[in-house]
Design a protein around this ligand. Structure first.
Ligand code: TYM
Length: 343
């Protein structure tokens, strides 16, 4: 019998990543950034700008570094504090790509074939997509596990990728007789804001790639634009219902109520109690006011951070060094476990 512990017994760590492709929207803020801030006070947190993931689709080389700074500014403006959490660009920490290769040899093609995000992104053109886009979830598993992260705050759209990360961790531990070497990372998805939907169609998630800018609230939108987008958001001819069950079959209403709940820190039920019986002529202005109150300060702060790119670069460089210090020894252990030559 092995005397190694069967399960991971190491310290807890939080890891998450955001792609530097396009500007962030309310879904990214509520599904990810807000949770990053909530977790940083009492957890060991690592937040990565995943530029290696971004280049799985074409990114203009002249823009890429600035896009990375833009996301860093959004992290900082949302309240991520570099004195409490590590913030860094993925491409500066080599452990990600090295571990991704080892995991390529652990993950099975059948597992990747089941990934719905690839199917959604590739559509009928899968033959013309980059190999990187197909392999994207394996790199994501490497991101998380190169820090032996135990908890991953993400929106609901990342659930399947997190399940794959757990499968890869379990298969690695099993194949190499290293029980408990990698934790099986747990997604932190629950709570309001885990799935913010398009303002134009309550059955589609709010997304950077939606051709209509009116479908999303960007963290770069000013107060007037935010108010206009809420005013134009799809709703219906009914009123705000009394009970959560009555939101069933009303996806747009459910989304607007959910956004109000997530921004105000209340439950959907509390929001319904407050607004029950009111029409959208009353609810939308209240929602617009709340959105402006919460988002406009972030936008202003972001612009302030972006006016000093050298300071952002210093924070990212320090973060990359701190991240490498954690990740490199873990990948070193993986090399030993796999039996690679060494002197
Ligand atoms: P990305 O850059 O697409 O999105 C960043 C985060 O925002 C969340 N999100 C949403 N949450 C609620 N409602 C929405 N409409 C919405 N749209 C996006 C995403 O769930 C995500 O948490 N694959 C990841 C990046 C990544 C990663 C990782 C995440 C790479 N490596 C390791 C966690 C751990 C992605 O594409 O995120």
């Amino acid at each position: 019998m092995s005397d190694k512990p069967a399960e991971y017994t190491g310290p807890e760590r939080v890891f998450s990543g955001v792609q530097p492709s396009g500007s962030l929207h309310l879904g990214n803020y509520l599904g990810a950034l807000k949770k990053f801030v909530d977790l940083q006070d009492d957890h060991d947190c690592v937040y990565c700008i995943v530029d290696l993931h971004a280049v799985t689709v074409w990114q203009e080389p002249k823009e890429l570094a600035n896009q990375t700074r833009h996301i860093a500014a959004a992290f900082l403006a949302a309240g991520v504090d570099p004195a409490k959490a590590i913030i860094y660009p993925q491409s500066r920490v080599r452990a990600h790509t090295e571990l991704a290769w080892y995991f390529n040899c652990v993950a099975r093609i059948g597992w990747l074939n089941r990934m719905t995000q690839f199917k959604d992104k590739a559509g009928k053109n899968s033959e013309k997509m980059s190999v990187g886009l197909y392999d994207y979830p394996v790199l994501q598993a490497a991101d998380i596990l190169t820090f032996k992260a135990t908890h991953v705050p993400v929106g609901e759209d990342q659930k399947q990728h997190l399940e794959l990360s757990r499968d890869i961790a379990a298969k690695f531990n099993n194949d190499f007789d290293a029980p408990g070497f990698f934790p099986l990372p747990e997604p932190l998805i629950k709570g309001p804001g885990a799935r913010v939907m398009s303002l134009k169609d309550g059955s589609n998630k709010m997304s950077k790639s939606d051709p209509s800018d009116l479908s999303r609230i960007n963290l770069t939108d000013d107060a007037d634009l935010i108010a206009k987008k809420i005013r134009k958001a799809k709703s219906d001819a009914g009123v705000i219902p009394e009970a959560v069950e009555e939101l069933e079959g009303r996806p747009e209403v459910s989304n607007l109520v959910g956004i109000y709940a997530a921004l105000s820190g209340k439950s959907d039920a509390d929001v319904l109690t407050e607004f029950a019986g009111q029409g959208f002529g009353a609810f939308k202005p209240a929602l617009a006011e709340l959105c402006v109150e919460k988002i406009a300060p972030i936008t202003q702060l972001m612009n302030r951070y972006l006016s000093d790119p050298e300071e952002i670069d210093r924070i990212l460089a320090r973060g990359a060094d701190a991240a490498s210090e954690i990740a490199d020894p873990i990948v070193g252990d993986v090399r030993d476990i796999m039996g690679f030559w060494k002197v």
